[in-house]
Design a protein around this ligand. Structure first.
Ligand SMILES: Cc1cc2nc3c(=O)[nH]c(=O)nc-3n(C[C@H](O)[C@H](O)[C@H](O)COP(=O)(O)OP(=O)(O)OC[C@H]3O[C@@H](n4cnc5c(N)ncnc54)[C@H](O)[C@@H]3O)c2cc1C
Length: 566
């Protein structure tokens, strides 16, 4: 999802005129390159920026090349008509106290990024006319669930136990990424010892072994949109990762998502590096089996001994690495075992009143037709004119304590719903903002459903919307270079988590991977991957020093901290 005035309206119809004023990073020009770089990173998502900042912290001069007009990948924000929206950050967990995630954020931003706690109810799951709250804190979360499902106490306890085991299993899974696929195989007995057997079954398989209560299963999987895979297809590993991630509450970056790249870039610059935007890489140069540099869209070749791709594995091995090389090193074959994640439509809304006066909550809404998550998405896929199977609503201006000061008298709402790329393929290759009436009316069709869902929950907002615009999978394709408009990189199904080759080091000497495809989607998943890539590039001793430096920092908890560890 990204900024897409393909269908912009204000109380009826008004086209967006002004471009976004949020531009993080420096515009690329070949004559702005500054001598030799120790490493080149393709893409400025949180994964790429984390690798860059971590290498910079070890004294490396790093060049980050981003094709978009602003840095940050899915952590970028954009503004239009006096409003500001975030595209891929609605809430982040595990940052209210000194966890690894929080320490890494502090490390890469030198402690400059601040966090605001959301409401103690961070997610509200609506199943038809009923609603269920996800309450901050493990104990509070359990108590609330048990109150709603009095006959399911034992299933809920077992579920929580599995989440804890999955946490330990995930740490082992992460560590194995540092070993070659060959050694990963040798480590299987060790991995099996620490990982619960259910970890890579489907979420539904695991949950239905704990309970037959379909409503409870639907509530527990009420955040499935956070990875984009419904319970019968998702790996329990990603389910537990997400559920656990938010148990101690949801947090929002003060100043909006763009504060993430904005506060990381100075660290990269402090070692002589730079983050360039409008900098499209068209090829990774490989000579005698070794990656030696990149070729830019303007034909410039930039050389470096370390090339890191944050562009996702499909882009990397299908587009950037010459196809003969991808084939030779087996990547063409390996890509057959993974598929692109889901895609979405989005609605970015502006209102000319404050969040407070509009009573916008700091709670996310997940609105489902009923408890049949898988069936509803399948029905929708077969016929996109059927009702949207889930509509997610976030109220960023309410979550960000600095919003009112930055945009006085205004408020914003962001709505996300699933979509399928094939619904939009006929417009592939058309120009952003000029895709024609049929496309606009399809966008309108989805916008109307999303607005209707909003008004149903908050009827007092009727007539208050000043401006909105729609994004489609083509927007994601255009702004973040994901070919199928995928929003979470690779699909998070059980097969994906069996792929040992999804790791920082590639078989092509000098070429490394980073970002969400290595570990998991999510800002922290991509960030941890980014850190691992840097640590592995630096080698055992320097990598260990880096980890010591980054993870030893202790930070004060922010308001809303909940003591109980999941
Ligand atoms: C709608 C939506 C909502 C989300 N909500 C949340 C949330 O609430 N919480 C959460 O934790 N996560 C959320 N996520 C997921 C999270 O944003 C992503 O998983 C994460 O940011 C991905 O980071 P990344 O480093 O892997 O890469 P990306 O952010 O995907 O960045 C990759 C970058 O590479 C660039 N690139 C690609 N090809 C080239 C090229 N050839 N040359 C130069 N540059 C190139 C792209 O332009 C892009 O900027 C959401 C995502 C979406 C889309």
């Amino acid at each position: 999802m990204s900024d897409t005035p393909n269908n912009t309206k204000a109380n009826g119809s008004k086209r967006a005129k002004k471009a976004s004023t949020i531009r993080i990073g420096k515009r690329y020009r070949a004559n702005r390159l500054d001598g030799n770089y120790d490493a080149i990173i393709i893409g400025s998502g949180i994964g790429g920026l984390t690798t860059a900042a971590s290498l910079s912290s070890a004294g490396k001069k790093v060049l980050v090349l981003e094709q978009h007009y602003t840095a940050g990948g899915f952590t970028h924000s954009y503004s239009r008509e006096g409003y500001e929206w975030d595209v891929g950050v609605h809430y982040i967990g595990d940052v209210g106290y000194p966890t690894m995630t929080r320490k890494l954020f502090d490390f890469v931003t030198d402690g400059k990024l601040k966090w605001a706690a959301m409401d103690k109810v961070y997610d509200r799951i609506f199943l038809g006319d009923e609603s269920f709250d996800f309450v901050t804190g493990k104990k509070q979360f359990i108590d609330e669930l048990k109150q709603c499902f009095p006959k399911e106490h034992s299933a809920i306890d077992q579920y929580m136990k599995l989440l804890s085991q999955a946490g330990a299993g995930m740490r082992v899974f992460t560590l194995t990424k540092l070993f070659s696929p060959f050694f990963q195989k040798l480590l299987v007995p060790f991995i099996n010892f620490f990982q619960p057997k259910c970890l890579n079954k489907t979420t539904y398989e695991v949950l239905s072994s704990l309970t037959s209560d379909q409503k409870l299963i639907a509530v527990l999987t009420g955040q499935w949109g956070d990875c984009g895979v419904p319970p019968k297809k998702s790996s329990f590993l990603i389910h537990s990762l997400i559920a656990k991630h938010y148990l101690n509450g949801g947090y929002f970056p003060v100043g909006g998502a763009s504060k993430i790249p904005e506060n990381i870039i100075p660290k990269i610059q402090s070692s002589g590096g730079e983050v360039f935007t409008y900098a499209t890489v068209t090829e990774i140069l490989v000579e005698k089996g070794v990656a030696v540099g990149v070729k830019m869209a303007d034909g410039t070749e930039i050389r470096s001994p370390i090339i890191v791709s944050n562009a996702g594995v499909f882009n990397t091995f299908n587009k950037l690495v010459p196809s003969a090389i991808s084939k030779k090193f087996g990547y063409e074959q390996k890509l057959k075992f993974v598929k692109p994640s889901c895609t979405n439509v989005g609605l970015f809304i502006g209102l000319k009143e404050t969040s407070e006066s509009l009573q916008l909550p700091k709670t996310n809404f997940w609105i489902y037709l009923d408890h049949n998550h898988d069936k509803n998405i399948d029905t929708f896929h077969a016929d996109p004119t059927k009702p949207l199977p889930v509509i997610y609503i976030s109220f960023p201006s309410a979550k960000d304590p600095s919003f009112e000061q930055r945009h006085p008298g205004r408020a914003t709402i962001e709505i996300v719903a699933p979509a399928f790329y094939d619904t939009f393929t006929q417009w592939k290759g058309t120009t952003w903002g000029k895709r024609g009436e049929e496309y606009d009316s399809l966008s309108d069709f989805f916008a109307e459903q999303m607005l209707e869902a909003l008004y149903k929950k908050m009827p007092h907002l009727k007539g208050k919307i000043d401006y909105y615009e729609v994004s489609t999978p083509l927007s994601t394709e255009h702004f973040c270079h994901y070919d199928q408009g995928e929003i979470y990189g690779l699909e998070h199904d059980p097969e994906r988590f069996k792929q040992g080759w999804l790791q920082p080091k590639t078989k092509i000497s000098g070429l490394w991977l980073t970002g969400q495809d290595i570990l998991s989607c999510g800002v922290s998943g991509a960030m941890i991957a980014g850190f691992m890539t840097a640590a592995q590039i630096l080698g055992v001793r320097k990598g260990f020093d880096l980890a010591k430096k980054a993870l030893s920092e202790k930070k004060e908890p922010v308001d809303g901290w909940v003591v109980s560890e999941p």
